[in-house]
Ligand binder design. Structure first.
Ligand code: PGU
Length: 482
């Protein structure tokens, strides 16, 4: 540093020191002086007296604050700085489990959360997941270093192939960027934040009804949320006409959220022909598809069949986003493993998109966790383990399908009023029963059966043992509660 500027700096330092000393002595001295000289009653004096008192009290409380800890609002004593915070309601889905856990009844049944249970009503860790974990634990070369911002490279590549197809031209042409995210929710959130920053149309259309977290995820990410008709309560099926009309009148370029399969909560999916019509309409209006794939393999038991809607949109060469979750199909709920893929028109675009996704992720959680993604990558890259996974997945899907049949048969045998055929027509984890919120409350109070207030039941939470109890409860609810 040149001498001149060093001297200048020194002078500046001295000046600030003098200034702050002056400030302190000025304050103390003038407070006393002002009080002593404040016998006059002019308005100026009055103001000076008030100022003096104020200065005295602040300087003495400043001294006290060094010794008397309780004067600080954040100290142990005294009232909370958060005293004004109001109690928030429980989450409409996860809160059902909270209420269920508090219920001491031995016959209680949780059909709220979409989480797979065995015939014995127990959570299931897949054999193939246990095997993969064992391999990982035994591999002493494995370390716990940070992953890159975009996550585990193998996991990303294999996840894109799983949803888009092993021989997907989009993957082969490097037109897809995939980033590992915190399960399905995190993938939706990262995708939405990316769109809010970089896409020209910041409105997303979501189906009515949809998974309860969708509007919150998208709104908080900075998108405007609008809806399109999806379900018709009178037919308990798809309102296809309403869907087409609403997408037709959406502004060109708008984002459209599509459930890839096993629509939550209705269990109603478009047929392949209807998907084709949706695709044509969306492409003709340049609407941007954002697929939520939380149940690949759970709808039909086949990973490929459940990915058809997505693959149809990718096959036409157009662009789309896909959020994948491994919570249900690999039973990795709490590991929080998922992926966001953005299919682009060209490889150079995909690479720039990825660079911007990193800027979304880095300040949000820096980089994703390593364990769950390593389990998934281990399974997806080993032919035998992959095969074993498909068998276990099919077994889960089949058990759910058999629960549908058993519940339907039991309600029919019981003579419960109403047409319950939607139970066997709907697919995926949930049945949208048509029970109203009063009936849901009744079943919780009288039968200790827990479900979301919209009448959605998780078929995965049911077993042959509990079907009669649920049948009794539904029968009582529809015959006693309007
Ligand atoms: N998308 C859909 C359509 C979902 O149903 C779910 C989970 C997710 C995304 C998010 O799943 P991740 O766990 O983040 O991968 N829905 C379940 C689970 C409970 C919940 O609400 O998160 C459900 O019961 O609806």
């Amino acid at each position: 540093m040149p001498k001149k500027s060093k001297r200048k700096k020194k002078r500046k330092k001295k000046k600030t020191k003098r200034h702050s000393q002056q400030k302190f002595s000025f304050t103390d001295m003038n407070a006393d002086q002002l009080l002593n000289n404040s016998s006059s009653s002019s308005s100026t004096d009055r103001r000076l007296r008030i100022l003096a008192k104020h200065l005295q009290s602040t300087s003495s409380s400043a001294m006290e604050s060094n010794t008397v800890v309780s004067a600080s609002p954040t100290s142990a004593a005294g009232s909370s700085v958060f005293a004004h915070i109001v109690q928030a309601p429980e989450d409409p889905i996860l809160g059902v489990t909270v209420a269920y856990n508090k219920d001491p009844s031995p016959v209680k049944l949780n059909l709220g959360v979409g989480a797979y249970r065995t015939e014995e009503g127990k959570p299931l860790v897949l054999n193939v997941v246990r095997q993969a974990e064992q391999l990982l634990v035994n591999d002493s070369s494995r370390v716990k270093e940070y992953l890159p911002i975009v996550g585990l490279a193998d996991f990303n590549k294999l996840s894109a192939k799983l949803i888009l197809g092993a021989d997907s031209p989009a993957v082969q042409d490097n037109r897809v960027t995939t980033v590992q995210c915190l399960s399905g929710t995190g993938s939706l959130r990262v995708g939405a934040e990316f769109l809010a920053r970089h896409y020209h149309e910041r409105t997303i259309y979501i189906p009515v009804p949809t998974w309860g977290n969708h509007p919150k995820v998208f709104t908080l990410a900075g998108l405007a949320v609008k809806s399109y008709r999806y379900y018709d309560p009178t037919t308990r099926g798809l309102n296809f006409q309403g869907l087409l009309e609403d997408l037709q009148s959406a502004p060109s370029g708008a984002i459209v959220l599509l459930h890839a399969c096993a629509h939550n909560p209705t269990g109603v999916d478009p047929t392949p022909q209807q998907w084709e019509q949706i695709r044509q309409l969306m492409r003709s209006k340049a609407l941007l598809p954002f697929f939520d794939s939380a149940y690949q393999g759970f709808a039909s038991g086949s990973l490929d069949a459940d990915a058809q809607s997505v693959r149809m949109f990718v096959a036409d060469g157009g662009e789309c986003l896909v959020a994948q979750s491994y919570a249900k199909n690999m039973g990795l709920y709490g590991e929080r493993v998922g992926a966001l893929s953005i299919v682009c028109r060209a490889a150079d675009v995909a690479s720039r998109v990825e660079s911007q996704l990193k800027l979304v992720i880095r300040p949000m959680y820096s980089n994703p966790p390593i364990h769950g993604a390593s389990i998934v990558a281990t399974i997806l890259k080993d032919r035998n383990m992959f095969h074993e996974w498909t068998l276990e997945l099919k077994a889960m899907a089949d058990r759910i399908i058999s629960m549908r049949q058993q519940l339907f048969d039991a309600l029919r045998a019981r003579g419960t009023p109403g047409d319950w055929s939607h139970i066997i027509k709907q697919i995926g984890m949930f049945t949208f029963t048509g029970l109203n919120s009063e009936q849901v409350t009744f079943m919780r109070k009288e039968y200790h059966i827990y479900m979301t207030s919209d009448g959605r039941i998780s078929m995965a939470g049911l077993s042959s043992r509990t079907v009669p109890h649920l049948t009794d409860a539904i029968h009582a609810a529809v015959t006693k509660v309007a």
